[in-house]
Structures are given as C-alpha cells and as structure tokens.
Design a protein around this ligand. Structure first.
Ligand SMILES: Cc1cc2nc3c(=O)[nH]c(=O)nc-3n(C[C@H](O)[C@H](O)[C@H](O)COP(=O)(O)OP(=O)(O)OC[C@H]3O[C@@H](n4cnc5c(N)ncnc54)[C@H](O)[C@@H]3O)c2cc1C
Length: 566
C-alpha cells in the first residue's frame, strides 16, 4: 500500500497548484492522475485568467472584479468567498508571472489585459490564446522541481472512508490493469468538470464528473449541479471551443439574414454579454429559423485583419481551419452553443475543505461557490490557482494533526471495487447484457435534449425518467466482454459511466426542482428569477435510490441582488 500525507486526485491546474502549495508547506504530497498532467483539460484553456491588475485601465479594482463576478453569477455566489478570491487573484497571477508564464505584454512590459464577457474592465491576462497551456507547463515544472510524487495513468475508482472521514483511495493502474491501494491523511479532489454527461461539449473525454461521484458516494454533498454553462461559440460539427477571446478582440455574431442579432438581446454589451445570455440568444435565433441549416450562426473575425488574428488568436484560426475547413482571416466561423463548464460540484468552504474530514476539493469539480449560477470567462483558471492553493494549504495544515489509521477502510474499498469489476466481467460473458457505451450515449442525448439550454417541466421530467431508467439498466445488466488487463478502456469506461449516471441524475433532478430561471439554468415555464423562493444553494446527498435534496442560504454581504441587465 502506498502512503502519503496528502494525495491529490487529478493533475490539472487545480491539482498541480494544490500539490505545489501542500509541498511548499512541508507535507509529503503525491498526485494520482488518470492522465499525464500535461494532457489534462486545463491545457486546452485558451482565453485567459482574470485579476484586477489595472494594467489596461487603472480604475479597475478588486471590488469591481468581485461585483462583476457576483452579478455574472446571477447573485447565487457566496459574496465573502468571491471577495477573497478576487483579492487572492492578484498575488496568484503575479506569482505565475514570477514562475515564468509567458504572459502577453503591453508595449511598456506590463502584463496585457483584454476585455471578456460580463467584465466591466479589460481584466483578462493571457498568453496569446494558449493561456492554459502556458500556465500548466509552468505550474507542472514547479511541482517537479519541488519533488511532488506522481502516479500517472491511474484511475481513482473509490475513496476509502470510515467514521473518522476519508482515509485513502483505490486506483487502477492503467498500464498493468491492476488495482492499487493508497492511504492518505488528506485527499484533495481536483478531477475537473462533468461536460461529458452531455452530447455536445467542449470538454475533453476525461471530463466525466466521475471525481464528483467519488466524493458524493462517500457522503459529501454536491452543490448547485443544475447550473451548467453552455458556451455560445463552439465549432459546428465537433463542438471544439472557439474562445470568447474572439469576441473580446472584436468578433461579431451574424444570423443567416446577416443581422447582428445581439442588438435584440443585450443592446449595451452586445457580443460581450455573459455566456448564458449569448448562448440563449444564438439558440433562439436557430430555433426561430434565422440560423444556418437549423444548427448554427456565424462568428466573424475577418474584419480584425490577418495580423491581429495571427498574433492574438492563432489557435482559433488554426482550429477553424483544421476542424471546419474555414480560413477565419477571410471567412465566417460556423458556431453553435455547447456544454462548457460545470458551475456546481463538491461543496467546499472558502479553504477547500469538504464536509467530510480528510476530504478537500478544488477547481472545476468543486463548488465554493464563486460562480453561482453562471461563471465568467477567465474566472475558472483563476479558481484553480486560488482555491488549489487554499486547499493545498488547508490539507498541509490538517495532516499535522492526523495519523495513518485507514488501512482497514482502504482494504474495504479495494474489496468493493473488486466486487464491481467481477460483476461487470461476469455479465460481459452472458448473452444479452447491456452495453455501457450505449447507456452513456442515451444519457448524453437525454441530457442535451431535456436538461440543456432551454428547460421546462415536461422535458425535465422526461430527462429524469430517462436517466433513472438507464441507471437501473446499468445496475441490473451492464457488462464488459473483455478480460481485465493493461489499458482496458472498456472496463474503465464502464466503471466511470456508473458515476456519470449518478451525477447526471443530480443535475436533472436539481433542475426539475428549481422552478425559476437564474444564470445558466433557464426554465421557459418559469422565465423569471425568484429570489424569494430560490436565492439558495442546492445540496444533493447520495442514497442508493437517488439524490436527497437540501438547501442552504447564499452569503450576501455588500451587494444586494438586483435585476441582471447587460
Ligand atoms: C476548451 C476549454 C477552454 C477553456 N478556456 C478557459 C479560459 O480561457 N479561461 C478560464 O478561466 N477557463 C477556461 N476553461 C475552463 C477551465 O479550463 C477549466 O475549468 C479548468 O482548467 C479545470 O481545471 P481542473 O484542474 O479543475 O481540471 P482538469 O484540467 O480537467 O483536470 C482534471 C484532472 O483530473 C484527472 N482525473 C479525472 N478523473 C480522475 C480519476 N477518476 N482518477 C484520477 N484522476 C482523474 C485528469 O486526469 C486530469 O488530470 C476552458 C475550458 C475548456 C474545456
């Protein structure tokens, strides 16, 4: 059995930043990650990271950043957490600069900042349109320099828990196919978002939400999962992201009639209104017959000029050319909305602690909450470094008062996983077992169709019923025909699909219950925000029959909720 004070699950930006912090504070730290860290979804982040440095406009401030975040969140964010997050932002971004992130710069050498949706000032720092790539390299180098231990290509399949909280975990080594047991005094979940529960998403194949299910299964509640962000501009056909940076630099949206339709939806902010508003506007145009092929609209950047495009948006140009055959220097890019970000996640406090002793979470799998009902662009990389560092610090502090007494809990978890695998393999040999991939596809379709950009009671009921039916089918008859062994993707996916179904059910049921519209959650049958009934966070607790729901108040300090107009 491997033993470390702190084990971080996931080698994305949040996980790496947490590992660095815990290590700097003297803990023995390991990262257990499904992917080699540089293959994590964080690497795909394009547009940038927010901090009120005031380089582009000196009148920007921490308070303005906090206000924009809270308004963007449709007032569902906890305001105390948001303020601290915007304060920490400055130090965390300057620290990245010192560590060597090649930020794009103004002529005078200061870090450049560009406008992003929902922000009152140009506040987004960037490294061209490959910010995630640059930041990940830098933080990974720090982790290697400090001697963080890495167990890569390990899929964590269960957390081990006893009366005293989380004690360790069980992972599958993909290279050998064998199960491995790990004991830890603190486990930090940093497994990223749940985009793959949807059919159309910008997220990588590993953004399954499975890490959220792991925490949920041991009793940690999932918070605000019905709030899902649909990005307005994903490439038609593949749903690869076309960053908001394209609009930040001056790109415009046109429908099939050549109209700049954002005039009708957000006359002031136009294309730079928050994502939920722009996504609904595009989808309304399409549904009302003003899109192309009933599927997409045009994003035009050609007027920005080839020089600017190649300097500031080179990746967007390349993606459009490679994946849609479009040269954005001359032609419009076909775009449609797609799932992009999971606002909800494992409930944590401002310091990354979950409700269960020994369990922490940071990054997209966590919900602090700073994004509330809708996250602003550039605020997520920031969340990874701010709350990654905080979770790492909390864990390093707490492990000083905790021993390794979790051997039995870890062994029980190991047996449980072995049991699951045995059932899947045995069923796989029987005729007529259900194919987990078919179950997954049906789930993804149902989520897109019924729990998507526009929601209503009838659709949500269908969504919930479908997911419940698929979950039952999975439990009763899912099987994997292949024997265990190295790189058994079929077996691994089958195990992960169980978690995806549970997470999808939490999203769908939470959305059905919430009879209002707020941020990313839009109900055509309840089109208004309802602060009297719904200015509260949703909490979902696991039971074998399905989620049990509870609610908790939103922390409001300085900024009273008002109508959100752009
Ligand atoms: C295309 C795209 C562009 C984006 N652009 C921006 C942007 O410009 N600015 C911004 O602020 N945000 C952006 N975002 C959002 C932001 O990038 C993500 O929210 C953030 O990077 C998530 O980081 P993370 O560390 O939480 O998770 P990830 O980077 O997704 O890492 C998750 C890690 O967990 C591991 N893992 C998962 N499951 C398991 C398991 N069971 N066992 C072991 N390991 C596991 C994976 O291997 C991976 O290493 C973008 C997102 C996308 C998809």
């Amino acid at each position: 059995m491997e033993r470390h004070d702190v084990i971080v699950v996931g080698g994305g930006l949040a996980g790496l930043r947490a590992a660095v912090e815990a290590k700097l504070r003297g803990a023995d730290v390991a990262v257990v990650s499904l992917l080699y860290p540089m293959r994590s979804h964080s690497v795909a982040a394009q547009g940038g990271i927010n901090a009120a440095l005031g380089n582009a406009d000196p009148s920007d401030s921490v308070e303005r950043h906090a206000f924009d975040t809270i308004k963007g969140a449709d007032y569902l964010a906890d305001q105390d957490a948001v303020l601290e997050y915007c304060q920490d932002a400055i130090e965390r971004v300057l620290e990245l600069d010192r560590w060597g992130v090649p930020f794009s710069r103004f002529e005078d050498g200061r870090i450049a900042q560009r406008p992003f949706g929902g922000a009152g000032f140009p506040r987004t720092c960037y490294a061209a349109d490959k910010t995630g790539h640059a930041v990940m390299h830098t933080v990974f180098q720090q982790a290697l320099r400090l001697g963080v231990a890495f167990y890569n290509e390990r899929a964590v399949l269960r957390l081990a828990r006893d009366e005293d909280g989380v004690r360790g975990l069980v992972a599958m080594n993909l290279q050998t196919g064998e199960l491995e047991a790990y004991e830890a005094k603190a486990v930090i979940m940093a497994t990223g978002g749940a985009g793959r529960i949807y059919a159309r998403t910008t997220n990588s194949h590993q953004s399954t939400g499975f890490g959220m299910a792991l925490a949920y299964w041991v009793g940690a509640p999932l918070e605000d999962m019905e709030f899902v962000q649909f990005h307005p501009t994903t490439l038609y056909g593949t749903n690869i992201l076309i960053s908001e940076a394209a609009r930040g630099e001056g790109g415009i949206l046109l429908n099939a009639k050549g109209e700049r339709f954002m005039e009708r939806y957000a006359p002031e902010k136009m294309e730079l209104a928050p994502r939920d508003i722009v996504a609904r506007a595009i989808w309304t145009e399409v549904l009302e017959g003003r899109g192309f092929e009933n599927e997409y609209v045009h994003l035009v950047i050609s007027h920005l000029g080839a020089d600017l495009i190649m300097e500031r948006l080179p990746q967007i140009w390349e993606l459009a050319l490679k994946f849609a055959g479009v040269d954005a220097r001359k032609e419009p890019i076909p775009v449609q909305p797609g799932q992009h970000y999971t606002m909800g996640g494992i409930e944590t406090d401002k310091h990354g602690r979950a409700r269960i002793k020994g369990l922490y979470a940071a990054g997209e799998c966590a919900c602090v909450s700073v994004h509330g009902a809708n996250r602003l662009g550039g605020n997520s990389l920031l969340e990874c470094v701010v709350f990654g560092a905080r979770a790492g610090a909390s864990a390093a502090e707490d492990v000083q008062r905790r021993g390794f007494d979790g051997k039995e809990a870890v062994e029980r978890a190991l047996e449980e996983v072995e049991g699951r695998i045995k059932v899947l393999l045995e069923r796989g040999r029987e005729e007529g077992h259900s194919n987990p991939y078919r179950i997954r596809r049906d789930m993804q379709q149902a989520m897109w169709e019924y729990v998507g950009i526009f929601r209503d009671e009838e659709g949500l009921r269908k969504g919930v019923e479908t997911i419940r039916r698929l979950r039952k089918e999975y439990r009763e008859s899912a099987g994997v025909p292949a024997p265990p062994g190295p790189f058994n993707q079929g077996l691994l996916d089958a195990l992960i699909i169980e978690g995806m179904l549970d997470v999808a059910l939490v999203v769908a049921e939470g959305a059905l219950r919430r009879t209002e519209s707020r941020g990313g959650h839009y109900r055509t049958d309840y089109p208004k925000r309802d602060d009297e009934k719904w200015l509260k966070h949703t909490l979902a607790f696991y039971t074998p029959e399905g989620p049990e729901f509870d609610y908790k108040p939103v922390v409001i300090t300085r900024w009273q909720p008002t109508e959100r107009k752009y």
